[in-house]
Design a protein around this ligand. Structure first.
Ligand code: GDP
Ligand code: MG
Length: 394
């Protein structure tokens, strides 16, 4: 019987991306069909996936199907969205982040505009690993699929992925769904799953990057000094480490003189842990909500960032009128909010509700923000836009 949920296997989040009609939903259904035979999934039909219920995440409406299955090695949560707009909103809002993405491309068409748009977003939101599935091999000859493979390896390299190491699997989701055991049918799904198992690493806590912690609270311990608390997002920290408090126009160097976990002093703490940190010579009034504590010289503050922005529609509670370049509102991200100015790229000067675009953000104060950090923009306490930081500009 299907017991994916109760298994102790490592877990990864994946999903299908690619141009409309290239076979993403058929492939998702086929994967569950093939794995059901092995007792590793419950078959989810094409219709059940495509009529995915609406989900509301940060005010936006996304049609999204979450499918679950296991291989012998790993448990997966797999997302597939019915419409192109849903894929965009899912990625920009960070609603279900993927550790790896299956790029579905029909051998009959090759790469298409939405293939490129999804790849660009996948890169910007931090998807590190792709698997290419060249679909519809049942109605394409081998010359066509070979050409598409060459073209796809070039394309993903152009977007900054590893075009050489990325596995490319050729098959037919439709044949597999029908239970066809010929090479392009069921076995192609097994080749795909083996490639995902092997090529997409299980997400780990990041203990190798420089130390980074968003500050949740700060208080004074009489006789000792200022303590800041938070969850370590990246890296490790030990007593005596040189750090920097960043945000609200300030960059203040300080040494961590005590590291506490559950109110006990520890020599060392790492990503994922909740800590209290005693800071040398820092007055409490210098620590503000929204600051981060990082390893000294590992990050800088800035007030200009590039982002991908999605403007909510009226039906999603957003604006009914467009936003024009120079739009000023409040931005909310992590634990801070500030005034922000939104400028459009040179080729457009307005954004309609339901549109998404690259934008430049200018924050009222310089903050420490990392690519991949999500945010919302609110007008009179209503979400009007959601976005993700893609680059620090200055
Ligand atoms: P999506 O929009 O990417 O989710 O694509 P769908 O899964 O809805 O598939 C679009 C159309 O392509 C449907 O009519 C499918 O039956 C068809 N299709 C999907 N996979 C294959 C395949 O391997 N071979 C053929 N011939 N048709 C396929
Ligand atoms: Mg679909």
């Amino acid at each position: 019987a299907h017991n994916a949920q109760s298994s102790n296997l490592p877990h990864a989040n994946i999903g299908t991306i690619g141009h409309v009609d290239h076979g993403k939903t058929t492939l998702t259904a086929a994967i569950t069909k093939v794995l059901q035979k092995d007792g590793l999934a419950k078959y989810v039909s094409y219709d059940a996936i495509d009529k995915a219920p609406e989900e509301k995440a940060r005010g936006i409406t996304i049609n999204i199907a979450h499918v679950e299955y296991s291989t012998k090695n790993r448990h997966y949560a797999h997302t597939d969205c019915p419409g192109h707009a849903d894929f965009i909103k899912n990625m920009i809002s960070g609603t279900s982040q993927m550790d790896g993405a299956i790029v579905v491309v029909a051998a009959t068409d090759g790469q298409m505009p939405q293939t490129r748009e999804h790849l660009l977003l996948a890169k910007q939101v931090g998807v590190k690993h792709l698997i290419v599935f060249i679909n519809k091999a049942d109605i394409a000859d081998s010359e066509m699929t070979e050409l598409v493979e060459i073209e796809m390896r070039e394309l993903i390299s152009d977007f900054g992925f590893d075009g050489i190491a990325t596995p490319v699997i050729c098959g037919s989701a439709l044949l597999a769904l029908k239970g066809d055991e010929s090479r392009m049918g069921v076995p192609s799904i097994r080749r795909l799953l083996a490639a995902i198992d092997e090529y997409v690493p299980t997400p780990q806590r990041d203990v190798t990057s420089p130390f980074w912690m968003a500050i949740d609270s700060a208080f004074t311990v009489p006789g000792r000094g200022t303590v800041v608390t938070g969850t370590i997002k990246k890296g490790t920290l030990k007593k005596g480490d040189e750090t920097e408090l960043l945000g609200h126009n300030s960059a203040i160097k300080t040494v961590v003189t005590d590291v506490q976990v559950f109110r006990k002093s520890v020599p060392f703490a790492e990503a994922g842990e909740n800590v209290g940190l005693l800071l040398r010579s820092i007055k409490l009034d210098r620590v503000q909500r929204g600051m981060v504590l990082v390893a000294a010289n590992s990050a800088t503050i800035g007030n200009r960032y590039q982002a991908q922005l999605y403007l909510l529609t009226r039906g999603e509670g957003g604006r009914s009128r467009p936003v024009i370049s120079g739009y000023i509102q409040q931005i909310f991200s992590a634990t801070w909010n500030l005034a922000v100015r939104v400028d459009m790229p040179s080729d457009k000067d307005m954004l309609m509700p339901g549109d998404h675009s690259v934008v430049n953000l200018t924050l009222l104060k310089r903050m420490a923000v990392e690519p991949g950090q999500t945010f919302t923009i609110r007008e009179n306490n209503y979400n009007v836009a959601t976005g993700i930081i893609t680059k620090k500009l200055s």
